[in-house]
Design a protein around this ligand. Sequence first.
Ligand code: NAD
Length: 497
Amino acid sequence: MTTPLTCRNYINGHWLSAQSGATLESRNPADWRSLVATFPRSLTADVDAAVVAARRAYLSWRLVPAPARAELIYRVSELLLQHKEELAQLISQEMGKPLTEARGDVQEGIDCALYSAGEGRRLFGQTTPSEMPNKFAMTVRMPVGVCALISPWNFPVAIPCWKALPALVCGNTVILKPAEDTPACATFLVQIFQEAGFKEGVINLVHGLGEEVGRALVEHPGIDLVSFTGSSETGASVGATCGRTHKRVCLEMGGKNAQVVMEDANLELALVGALWGAFGTAGQRCTATSRLILHRDIKDKFTAMLIERTSKLRLGSGSDPLTEVGPLVNSAQLQRVSHYLEIAHTEGASVLIGGQIAKLEELKHGYFFQPTILDISPDTRIAREEIFGPVVALIEVSSFEEAIAVLNDTPYGLSSSVYTRDVNRAFQAMRDIEAGITYINGPTIGAEVHLPFGGVKQTGNGHREAGTTALDVFTEWKSVYVDFSGSLQRAQIDNRA
Ligand code: NAD
C-alpha cells in the first residue's frame, strides 16, 4: 500500500489547505481499504480567494500575446508526456480504470495541449469589406474573463485539459473544481501546469464537494463563464444559476448511446466494438454504449457471440495489466447500477449474463459489478435512462428505419454508431440520427480532440468542447470598424441615393 498523498488547493501560486482546515478522503475503488489521498473540503472563503487571484491575474494574462501563452501550453504537453506513466498509474489507483485506458486519458490531455498550443498562432478572426469607402471591417476574438471549470471523475486528466487548455490559450484565467473522487489526479495535473511556468493566479484549483465549493463557484459574481461536465441533473441546476446570474455556460452532460447492428454488418467487427463501447471504463463514459439495437435477422447469432465474449472478460484492479473491466468509482455508483437492475427486473427484462455485484473473493473490497447484458423492450426506463455502469440493453428491430427511430427515442443525444456495409444506410444514419457524434462501423467511444465534442437534447446546451468550437466557448467576438475617410460616414444612409 502506497503512502496517501496530501492534496491542497492551488490559489494565487500557493498550495493551501481549506481555510476551515476540513479535509475529505479519496479511496481506491478496487480496494476501499486503501487511502489514496486526503484533500481540502473548501468552502466559500476559499472560492473567494481563488476568484480574487484569478481576476487579478486576468488583467495581465489577457495581454500576453497568444503565441506566448501557447508556448506554456506546449510545455504542458511535454511534461504530460514525461509523466505519462506515473499519472496513468495514479488514475488507475484513484478512479479504477485499467492502465491501458488510463494511458489513453493522459494521451488525450497531451493531444489537447498540442492542439491548443497550435491555436495560439491561429485564433483567426475575419476581415470583410465595409459597405462604406475608406473604412476597414474585421472581427477579433476576446477572452471571456475568469472561467470556473467543473469536471467529473471519469476522465480525470483529459476533461480538465479539454477545458483549461483552450480557455488559457484564449487569454482567460481559470479555477478548476475537480470531482471529489479524483482530487489526486487533479493535483498532479495542476502541478504540471505550475512547472510549465504559468504565473500565479492564471490557473487555480479548489477541491471539495459539488454542493459546497461547486455551487459557490457557479453563484460567484466574479466568475464570467462556467464550463461544466457532469450529470444532466447537476447541469440543469448549474444552467439555471448561470441564467439567473447572466454567466456564459457550457454544459456537457449525460448520454444514452446506442450502437445499431444491421443484418449486413461485419458481425465480428460489431462485436469487438460493442464490447469496447459497453464495458470500457466499466461503462462509466458519457459516450458508453448503453443500448445495442439489433436487426432481428442477426440478433440471436450476435447475442450468442456477445454473451460468450462477455463471460470471458476479466474483472480486477485497474493497476493489474491483465484487467479488462475495472471497478465502479464509488459505492454510490455501485448502488445506482444495482438499483437499475431492480428496475430491469420489474420492467420484465431478461438478464442474459451478469446482473449482480461481482462475487469473486479477491474483488470483495472493491465496487465491482458484473458485465451485464439485458434483453428489453424500447419503451422501458432501462432503454431510456443513463445507467453509467457495465450494463448494455439489447433491443430488437425489424428495419433500418425502426433502428434509427429507437436510437433517437431518448432524452439524450451524445454518441451513436451504426454497423452496416450499405453506403446508403450509412449516409441516412449520418443525416437522421439526433446526436452530436455518429460513428459508422466504429463503437460509440473514440472521440479525437480536434473535432467538436458534445451532444444535443438533454446532453448539452448547444456548445461544443474540443476542436475549434472550443474557442467559441472561451472567447467573445468583437466586430471592429476603422474609418480612415476623415469624415462622418453614416452606414445604410450616406451610401444610398
Ligand atoms: P456530477 O454531476 O455528480 O458531478 C460533476 C461535477 O459537478 C463534480 O465536480 C461535482 O463535484 C460537481 N457538482 C455537483 N453538484 C454541483 C453543484 N450543485 N454545483 C456545481 N457543481 C456541482 O457527475 P459525475 O457523477 O461526477 O459524472 C458522471 C456524469 O457526467 C454522467 O452523467 C456522465 O454522462 C456525465 N459526463 C458527461 C460528459 C460529456 O462530455 N457529455 C463527459 C463525462 C461525464
